[in-house]
Design a protein around this ligand. Structure first.
Ligand SMILES: [Zn+2]
Ligand SMILES: [Zn+2]
Ligand SMILES: [Zn+2]
Length: 328
Protein backbone atom coordinates (compact mmCIF):
# COMPACT_ATOMS: atom_id res chain seq x y z
CA UNK A 1 0.00 0.00 0.00
CA UNK A 2 1.33 3.38 -0.97
CA UNK A 3 1.61 6.00 1.76
CA UNK A 4 1.56 9.78 1.64
CA UNK A 5 3.74 11.92 3.90
CA UNK A 6 3.08 15.64 4.07
CA UNK A 7 4.53 18.75 5.65
CA UNK A 8 2.72 22.07 5.48
CA UNK A 9 4.67 24.87 3.81
CA UNK A 10 4.83 26.95 7.02
CA UNK A 11 6.29 23.92 8.87
CA UNK A 12 9.31 24.03 6.57
CA UNK A 13 10.47 27.06 8.60
CA UNK A 14 9.41 25.95 12.11
CA UNK A 15 9.46 23.22 13.42
CA UNK A 16 10.78 21.20 10.44
CA UNK A 17 13.35 23.60 8.99
CA UNK A 18 16.77 22.64 7.63
CA UNK A 19 18.41 20.06 9.89
CA UNK A 20 15.27 19.20 11.89
CA UNK A 21 14.57 15.51 12.42
CA UNK A 22 11.02 14.70 11.58
CA UNK A 23 9.16 11.57 12.76
CA UNK A 24 6.12 10.56 10.78
CA UNK A 25 4.15 7.32 10.60
CA UNK A 26 6.98 5.29 12.13
CA UNK A 27 9.59 6.71 9.73
CA UNK A 28 12.18 9.39 10.39
CA UNK A 29 13.52 12.08 8.06
CA UNK A 30 15.67 15.20 8.13
CA UNK A 31 15.01 18.43 6.22
CA UNK A 32 17.83 18.94 3.72
CA UNK A 33 19.72 22.15 2.99
CA UNK A 34 18.05 24.73 0.77
CA UNK A 35 20.67 24.03 -1.90
CA UNK A 36 18.69 20.85 -2.62
CA UNK A 37 15.41 22.69 -3.20
CA UNK A 38 14.15 22.31 -6.75
CA UNK A 39 14.27 25.53 -8.78
CA UNK A 40 10.69 25.13 -9.94
CA UNK A 41 7.84 26.40 -7.79
CA UNK A 42 9.97 28.60 -5.55
CA UNK A 43 8.16 31.70 -4.28
CA UNK A 44 10.17 34.83 -3.67
CA UNK A 45 9.56 36.42 -0.27
CA UNK A 46 10.32 40.13 -0.18
CA UNK A 47 11.86 41.46 3.00
CA UNK A 48 14.64 43.88 2.03
CA UNK A 49 15.34 45.04 5.58
CA UNK A 50 15.81 41.48 6.84
CA UNK A 51 17.94 40.70 3.78
CA UNK A 52 20.28 43.59 4.47
CA UNK A 53 20.44 42.71 8.18
CA UNK A 54 21.47 39.13 7.36
CA UNK A 55 23.66 40.11 4.39
CA UNK A 56 21.73 37.99 1.89
CA UNK A 57 20.25 38.85 -1.49
CA UNK A 58 16.73 37.60 -0.82
CA UNK A 59 14.45 34.86 0.42
CA UNK A 60 12.40 32.02 -0.99
CA UNK A 61 9.54 30.07 0.55
CA UNK A 62 9.81 26.29 0.28
CA UNK A 63 8.53 25.12 -3.11
CA UNK A 64 5.00 23.91 -2.47
CA UNK A 65 3.20 21.21 -4.44
CA UNK A 66 -0.43 21.41 -5.36
CA UNK A 67 -0.95 17.65 -5.39
CA UNK A 68 0.65 14.38 -4.29
CA UNK A 69 3.30 14.37 -6.99
CA UNK A 70 6.04 15.43 -4.54
CA UNK A 71 7.11 11.84 -4.06
CA UNK A 72 8.41 11.70 -7.61
CA UNK A 73 11.98 12.78 -8.25
CA UNK A 74 11.29 15.80 -10.50
CA UNK A 75 8.40 17.36 -8.55
CA UNK A 76 8.65 20.55 -6.54
CA UNK A 77 8.32 20.28 -2.75
CA UNK A 78 10.85 20.76 0.05
CA UNK A 79 13.13 17.72 0.11
CA UNK A 80 13.55 15.57 3.20
CA UNK A 81 15.80 12.53 3.28
CA UNK A 82 15.61 9.45 5.44
CA UNK A 83 17.59 9.86 8.65
CA UNK A 84 18.93 7.96 10.44
CA UNK A 85 19.77 5.69 7.54
CA UNK A 86 20.39 2.75 9.91
CA UNK A 87 17.08 0.88 10.29
CA UNK A 88 16.22 -2.39 11.98
CA UNK A 89 13.66 -5.14 11.52
CA UNK A 90 11.46 -5.79 14.55
CA UNK A 91 11.14 -9.43 13.49
CA UNK A 92 14.55 -10.79 12.46
CA UNK A 93 16.42 -7.86 14.22
CA UNK A 94 18.75 -7.39 11.23
CA UNK A 95 20.01 -3.82 10.77
CA UNK A 96 19.99 -2.35 7.29
CA UNK A 97 21.66 0.81 6.07
CA UNK A 98 19.00 2.27 3.77
CA UNK A 99 20.56 4.25 0.96
CA UNK A 100 18.87 6.87 -1.23
CA UNK A 101 19.05 4.39 -4.11
CA UNK A 102 16.96 1.93 -2.02
CA UNK A 103 14.02 4.37 -1.70
CA UNK A 104 10.83 3.45 -3.51
CA UNK A 105 8.53 6.48 -3.88
CA UNK A 106 5.34 6.03 -1.85
CA UNK A 107 6.60 2.98 0.06
CA UNK A 108 8.26 2.65 3.46
CA UNK A 109 11.44 0.56 3.67
CA UNK A 110 10.84 -3.16 4.20
CA UNK A 111 13.15 -5.85 5.56
CA UNK A 112 14.96 -7.53 2.67
CA UNK A 113 15.48 -10.68 4.78
CA UNK A 114 11.94 -11.37 6.00
CA UNK A 115 9.04 -12.62 3.92
CA UNK A 116 6.67 -10.86 3.75
CA UNK A 117 9.01 -7.90 4.24
CA UNK A 118 8.28 -6.21 7.54
CA UNK A 119 8.45 -2.37 7.75
CA UNK A 120 11.86 -1.30 9.07
CA UNK A 121 12.10 1.06 12.05
CA UNK A 122 14.70 3.84 12.43
CA UNK A 123 17.39 3.45 15.10
CA UNK A 124 16.57 5.58 18.12
CA UNK A 125 19.98 7.24 18.50
CA UNK A 126 21.97 9.69 16.38
CA UNK A 127 25.21 11.57 16.90
CA UNK A 128 25.88 15.30 16.96
CA UNK A 129 28.89 17.56 17.51
CA UNK A 130 29.35 21.13 18.73
CA UNK A 131 30.04 22.34 15.20
CA UNK A 132 26.45 21.49 14.27
CA UNK A 133 27.05 18.20 12.44
CA UNK A 134 24.45 15.48 12.63
CA UNK A 135 24.99 11.90 11.52
CA UNK A 136 24.23 8.25 12.05
CA UNK A 137 25.90 6.57 14.99
CA UNK A 138 28.76 4.42 13.74
CA UNK A 139 27.03 1.22 14.89
CA UNK A 140 29.76 -1.03 13.61
CA UNK A 141 32.27 0.86 15.79
CA UNK A 142 29.90 0.66 18.76
CA UNK A 143 29.51 -3.12 18.43
CA UNK A 144 33.32 -3.49 18.28
CA UNK A 145 34.19 -0.76 20.81
CA UNK A 146 35.07 -3.28 23.56
CA UNK A 147 37.70 -4.81 21.28
CA UNK A 148 41.23 -3.57 20.66
CA UNK A 149 42.27 -2.26 17.26
CA UNK A 150 43.86 -5.60 16.32
CA UNK A 151 40.66 -7.55 17.01
CA UNK A 152 38.61 -4.99 15.12
CA UNK A 153 40.77 -5.44 12.04
CA UNK A 154 39.81 -9.14 11.98
CA UNK A 155 36.18 -8.27 11.27
CA UNK A 156 35.54 -8.64 7.57
CA UNK A 157 32.10 -7.09 7.14
CA UNK A 158 30.87 -3.70 8.36
CA UNK A 159 27.24 -4.21 7.40
CA UNK A 160 26.28 -7.42 9.22
CA UNK A 161 24.73 -6.02 12.38
CA UNK A 162 21.76 -6.95 14.53
CA UNK A 163 19.88 -4.86 17.04
CA UNK A 164 19.05 -7.30 19.82
CA UNK A 165 16.70 -7.13 22.79
CA UNK A 166 17.38 -9.21 25.86
CA UNK A 167 14.62 -10.33 28.18
CA UNK A 168 17.08 -10.66 31.06
CA UNK A 169 17.64 -6.92 31.43
CA UNK A 170 15.61 -3.74 31.20
CA UNK A 171 16.06 -0.24 29.78
CA UNK A 172 19.06 0.49 27.56
CA UNK A 173 20.96 -2.44 29.05
CA UNK A 174 18.50 -4.79 27.39
CA UNK A 175 19.40 -3.44 23.95
CA UNK A 176 22.60 -4.34 22.15
CA UNK A 177 24.18 -4.16 18.73
CA UNK A 178 25.94 -7.35 17.66
CA UNK A 179 28.14 -8.11 14.68
CA UNK A 180 27.24 -11.32 12.84
CA UNK A 181 30.15 -11.24 10.40
CA UNK A 182 31.77 -14.65 10.03
CA UNK A 183 34.01 -15.45 13.01
CA UNK A 184 33.46 -12.08 14.72
CA UNK A 185 30.66 -12.00 17.31
CA UNK A 186 31.49 -8.57 18.75
CA UNK A 187 28.63 -6.96 20.65
CA UNK A 188 27.92 -4.15 23.10
CA UNK A 189 24.78 -3.16 24.94
CA UNK A 190 23.48 0.41 24.88
CA UNK A 191 23.66 1.07 28.62
CA UNK A 192 26.35 3.76 28.20
CA UNK A 193 25.43 4.89 24.72
CA UNK A 194 24.32 8.43 25.66
CA UNK A 195 27.25 10.83 25.84
CA UNK A 196 30.69 10.98 24.23
CA UNK A 197 32.69 7.89 23.33
CA UNK A 198 35.68 8.98 21.27
CA UNK A 199 33.81 8.39 18.06
CA UNK A 200 34.71 10.62 15.14
CA UNK A 201 32.56 13.31 13.60
CA UNK A 202 31.80 12.79 9.94
CA UNK A 203 32.21 16.55 9.38
CA UNK A 204 28.98 16.85 7.43
CA UNK A 205 25.22 16.63 7.65
CA UNK A 206 23.12 13.73 6.32
CA UNK A 207 22.11 15.54 3.13
CA UNK A 208 25.66 16.56 2.25
CA UNK A 209 27.83 14.51 -0.04
CA UNK A 210 31.06 12.94 1.20
CA UNK A 211 32.97 15.51 -0.88
CA UNK A 212 31.34 18.30 1.16
CA UNK A 213 32.69 16.97 4.47
CA UNK A 214 35.06 19.19 6.45
CA UNK A 215 37.75 18.12 8.89
CA UNK A 216 35.97 18.15 12.28
CA UNK A 217 37.80 17.45 15.53
CA UNK A 218 34.87 18.16 17.85
CA UNK A 219 33.90 15.26 20.11
CA UNK A 220 30.65 13.64 19.09
CA UNK A 221 27.80 13.00 21.44
CA UNK A 222 25.15 10.32 21.06
CA UNK A 223 21.60 11.55 21.75
CA UNK A 224 18.10 10.27 21.20
CA UNK A 225 16.75 11.16 17.79
CA UNK A 226 13.66 12.72 19.35
CA UNK A 227 15.47 14.58 22.16
CA UNK A 228 14.58 18.22 22.62
CA UNK A 229 18.27 19.21 22.72
CA UNK A 230 18.97 17.89 19.22
CA UNK A 231 17.94 20.89 17.19
CA UNK A 232 18.40 24.57 17.95
CA UNK A 233 17.53 26.55 14.85
CA UNK A 234 18.63 30.19 14.67
CA UNK A 235 15.43 32.06 13.86
CA UNK A 236 15.26 35.67 12.68
CA UNK A 237 11.89 37.36 12.43
CA UNK A 238 10.89 40.51 10.63
CA UNK A 239 7.70 42.49 10.64
CA UNK A 240 7.11 44.47 7.46
CA UNK A 241 5.13 47.66 7.68
CA UNK A 242 3.52 48.73 4.41
CA UNK A 243 4.97 51.85 2.81
CA UNK A 244 3.13 55.09 3.47
CA UNK A 245 2.83 58.03 1.08
CA UNK A 246 4.67 60.26 3.54
CA UNK A 247 7.80 61.89 2.14
CA UNK A 248 11.07 60.19 3.01
CA UNK A 249 13.06 61.63 5.85
CA UNK A 250 16.14 63.40 4.60
CA UNK A 251 17.83 65.01 7.58
CA UNK A 252 18.94 61.94 9.58
CA UNK A 253 20.67 63.92 12.33
CA UNK A 254 17.57 66.00 12.92
CA UNK A 255 15.38 62.86 12.75
CA UNK A 256 17.60 61.23 15.37
CA UNK A 257 17.13 64.24 17.68
CA UNK A 258 13.35 63.93 17.30
CA UNK A 259 13.39 60.19 17.97
CA UNK A 260 15.59 60.74 21.01
CA UNK A 261 13.31 63.38 22.51
CA UNK A 262 11.73 62.52 25.88
CA UNK A 263 8.23 63.12 24.53
CA UNK A 264 8.63 61.22 21.24
CA UNK A 265 7.24 57.91 22.50
CA UNK A 266 4.31 59.72 24.14
CA UNK A 267 3.57 61.48 20.87
CA UNK A 268 3.69 58.23 18.88
CA UNK A 269 1.35 56.54 21.35
CA UNK A 270 -1.09 59.40 21.42
CA UNK A 271 -0.83 61.06 18.02
CA UNK A 272 -4.59 61.54 18.05
CA UNK A 273 -4.92 62.54 21.69
CA UNK A 274 -5.69 66.10 22.76
CA UNK A 275 -2.20 66.45 24.21
CA UNK A 276 -0.54 65.62 20.88
CA UNK A 277 -0.47 69.29 19.90
CA UNK A 278 1.45 70.17 23.08
CA UNK A 279 3.93 67.30 22.57
CA UNK A 280 4.46 68.34 18.96
CA UNK A 281 5.21 71.95 19.76
CA UNK A 282 7.58 71.05 22.60
CA UNK A 283 9.47 68.60 20.38
CA UNK A 284 9.61 71.17 17.58
CA UNK A 285 10.83 73.83 19.94
CA UNK A 286 13.62 71.63 21.32
CA UNK A 287 14.77 70.09 18.04
CA UNK A 288 13.91 72.60 15.33
CA UNK A 289 11.96 69.98 13.31
CA UNK A 290 9.16 71.33 11.13
CA UNK A 291 5.62 69.92 10.76
CA UNK A 292 6.47 68.01 7.59
CA UNK A 293 9.38 66.17 9.16
CA UNK A 294 7.38 65.35 12.29
CA UNK A 295 4.54 63.97 10.15
CA UNK A 296 6.95 61.85 8.12
CA UNK A 297 8.59 60.41 11.23
CA UNK A 298 5.25 59.71 12.86
CA UNK A 299 4.00 57.94 9.74
CA UNK A 300 7.17 55.86 9.65
CA UNK A 301 6.84 54.94 13.31
CA UNK A 302 3.12 54.23 13.46
CA UNK A 303 2.62 52.85 9.95
CA UNK A 304 -0.21 55.25 9.17
CA UNK A 305 -0.26 58.58 7.47
CA UNK A 306 -0.35 61.49 9.88
CA UNK A 307 -0.70 65.12 9.04
CA UNK A 308 -0.83 68.03 11.40
CA UNK A 309 -4.25 68.82 9.88
CA UNK A 310 -5.88 65.51 10.91
CA UNK A 311 -4.03 65.28 14.19
CA UNK A 312 -5.49 68.56 15.31
CA UNK A 313 -8.93 67.14 14.80
CA UNK A 314 -10.92 67.46 11.57
CA UNK A 315 -12.91 64.42 12.71
CA UNK A 316 -11.95 61.97 9.97
CA UNK A 317 -9.88 59.01 11.17
CA UNK A 318 -7.17 58.21 8.60
CA UNK A 319 -7.32 54.61 7.34
CA UNK A 320 -5.15 52.15 9.25
CA UNK A 321 -2.59 50.67 6.95
CA UNK A 322 -0.86 48.31 9.28
CA UNK A 323 0.75 47.83 12.61
CA UNK A 324 1.07 50.73 14.96
CA UNK A 325 3.14 51.20 18.04
CA UNK A 326 0.23 51.66 20.44
CA UNK A 327 -1.24 48.28 19.57
CA UNK A 328 1.53 46.56 21.51
ZN1 LIG B 1 13.53 -8.96 9.01
ZN1 LIG C 1 32.53 -7.78 13.45
ZN1 LIG D 1 31.50 17.85 13.58
Amino acid sequence: MSRTLRVRQSQTVVPFGVGAVFDIQGESFVATGIGDWPGRGRQRVDSPRLASRLGVTGFYAAPATANDRFDTPDAPGAPYIRFPSWLFCGSCRRMTRWRIADEKPGHPPRCPSCSPGRALAPMRFVQICQAGHLSDVDWWFWAHSRQDAGERRQCGDRDKLRFLVSERASGLEALSVACTAKGCGAARDLLDILGTHGMHCSGRNPWQRASEAVECEKPVQVVQRTAGNLYYPIVYSALDIPETDAPAVTDEALAARVRGHDLWVSLCRGADSPRAGVFRSMIQEDTGADDQLLDALLAEETGRPVSSATSTGTGTEPPRVGWRLDSM
